[in-house]
Design a protein around this ligand. Structure first.
Ligand code: KIV
Length: 259
């Protein structure tokens, strides 16, 4: 059964929602066959797969390319795609055009936009145009240069209040879900309680309506920085290395191919 934004709304308060990133057809197929609810074609493709230091250099063309690959796997999971750095801040026409490319050209069923209350008017117009928008607050990795580092959000009472205000403004604008990244767990719990839409956490503790992880972190494929909250559920990186080494040895010892 295909997961839709309607399915996700119904899961809130009933069953934890499972989300994961994927950037190509093979990974999307595995993730969907494993039963995840949402595949996010994250702009984390930049630092996980394209060799960049952050998500900032990822372009709309990159996102269209990777989203289309995921869509070709025809996953049962909902396909969401990140609106990359800068695009949402030019104004409505440009962000609508970015969403059009992600949905019409690439096959995304939803888009994720990093930003709080300031973007709520733009998001309300996108929703009116038929775009399913997933809001992203807390740590917004596209702001890494402005912030100077990745850090936890909502530790001070003032920041906690501002997160709640952001969440409520985005909900009013019509987002179908919220992603909260590196939010103080007690604030994450409060956000999940006050929001009518599902709140998906990453590095925000257990009391959210669902969780998301970057697949390379959870499968042991990341080579650089891996956040402390990301549990390794498999060591695929080690299996890859063993497989490549076994193949190299078989070729060099003339044991492969067989006569
Ligand atoms: O791009 C991404 O992978 C994200 C994570 C927070 C899941 O937005």
């Amino acid at each position: 059964m295909k997961t839709t934004t309607h399915t996700l709304r119904k899961l809130k308060g009933q069953k934890p929602i499972v989300c994961v990133t994927a950037y190509d057809a093979i990974t999307a197929r595995f993730a969907s066959e494993a039963g995840v609810d949402v595949i996010l074609v994250g702009d984390s493709v930049g630092n996980t797969s394209l060799g960049y230091e952050s998500t900032v250099p990822v372009t709309l063309d990159d996102m269209v390319h990777h989203t289309a690959a995921v869509a070709r796997a025809k996953p049962a999971a909902l396909i969401a795609a990140d609106v990359p750095f800068g695009e949402a801040h030019y104004g409505f026409d440009r962000v609508l055009s970015a969403c059009q490319r992600l949905m019409q050209e690439a096959g995304a069923e939803a888009v994720k936009i990093e930003g709080g209350a300031l973007l709520a008017p733009t998001i309300a117009r996108l929703v009116e145009a038929g775009v399913a928008v997933w809001g992203h607050i807390g740590l917004k990795p596209q702001q890494v240069h402005a912030l100077g580092r990745y850090r936890k959000f909502g530790v001070s009472a003032e920041e906690a209040e501002s997160l709640i205000a952001d969440a409520l403004a985005l909900e009013k604008a019509g987002v179908f879900a919220l992603l909260i990244e590196m939010v103080e767990p007690s604030v994450a719990r409060k956000l999940s309680e006050v929001s009518k839409v599902p709140v998906i956490g990453i590095g925000s503790g257990p009391d959210c309506d669902g969780q998301i992880l970057v697949y390379t972190d959870m499968l042991g494929l990341s080579s650089g920085y891996v956040p402390g909250f990301a549990r390794k559920f498999a060591d695929a990186g080690e299996q890859f290395k063993q497989g490549f080494a076994a193949y190299a040895e078989a070729v060099r010892e003339k044991k492969f191919p067989a006569a």
